[in-house]
Design a protein around this ligand. Sequence first.
Ligand SMILES: C[S@@+](CC[C@H](N)C(=O)[O-])C[C@H]1O[C@@H](n2cnc3c(N)ncnc32)[C@H](O)[C@@H]1O
Length: 402
Amino acid sequence: MKIGQFAECNNISIDSIRHYMDMGLLLPEKKGSQYYFDKRCSEDIKDIIELKTHGFSLNEIRDILYIQRLATPIAYEKNQYYKGLYENKYKEVLEKLRELKKVENKLSEKINEIFNKVTSCNNIGLDINVLSLLVCPLCNRNLLLEECHVKDTQIFSGLLKCKCGRCFSIEDGIIISDKSEFMENPFGSDIEKFFIDYLKESNEDFINILTKDIWWLSEYFKKGLNENLTVLELGVGYGVFLRNVYESLLDNMIYIAIDHNISILKSLKEMLTRINPNKRVIFICTDVMDIPIRQETIDTIIDVGGVVTHNSFLLQDMDKYTKDKAAIFGSYIINENLPMGSVFQGLDATHFTLRNVKGSINKIKYNIIEDRVSKEFSLTGRYGVESDEKNKIKIYTCFLKR
Ligand SMILES: C[S@@+](CC[C@H](N)C(=O)[O-])C[C@H]1O[C@@H](n2cnc3c(N)ncnc32)[C@H](O)[C@@H]1O
């Protein structure tokens, strides 16, 4: 039989046959330039295949075949010889299994350790006691909890339904509006990557002004903390303000973090709960104009550097949520150089004058307790606003009270 036919009969590739020949496992006769495989070769290949299924390596198989061929043992000797071989192989396999078992246990321990770390970040649900704060943003009726997974006092998943048809879902403890559109987070769940990019892309003046303003505001915020406080942050983003005050939040106060970007909220929740899982932060993925919070329940609003997506003073629209004596911590972009009637950041230019911002604060009857205006700077680049050398902006930061 020639090599092709021999390979085909035994269902083995020609390359394998050649390899077995190179190793001396198969010894076909060579006639001219061709190899011929006889009955001996057929017996050898059957042995090779069987010994392979018993876990013998090709080198071991070669040794067995050599002994078989040269020593041609008698039946009894042959049995003894095979018995020894198989017993040794069996012991070897048992030893390997024991080693693998150890590796399996180690892997399993590691997976549990990683899993527990990951789940401990996500095992903070929505505190069931805050349900009384939630209402339908359309008709102000209570939201009914359905199809929920609750453990202890934490809601991990479920639906918050209103009789009018509005529905909010709860996923991993985050409340998500049925009107939210999924927005991709370019940095995945890696918040630190975002900050590195942000620092690289933004100019130094802006970073320094932002840092000092956040410090300034957070000091006033921390001074006013008490256990009964309910705080609402509009556009919490990656939580620059919240990170600065997070450890100071008191155990019983409630901090409601709103953002319409679910993936940013998820990353923020994971990061904060890793730092400290015992703070009562409610994460709500919704537009600021569609917040499912009961009216007149908020003590403090945080509106820091964020939401410029609609053409009115945001705090005016938030007025219904606040109690009589509320406080506001805000920061706003000021651009005095815009021509009248022009549009900046998608909004009417007058929106960005200091006079207009202060006028709006006055209209909603807040007193300015402390405020400050930064120096002028231009803010271009990926995280910038449309400002340039001639068209510089300032930041107005304020602490307001009623
Ligand atoms: C500049 S970041 C806010 C920074 C944040 N206050 C902090 O301290 O890090 C603005 C955030 O507001 C969110 N946002 C913008 N418009 C919004 C809207 N209409 N409703 C809800 N969130 C909005 C964006 O997704 C973004 O995360």
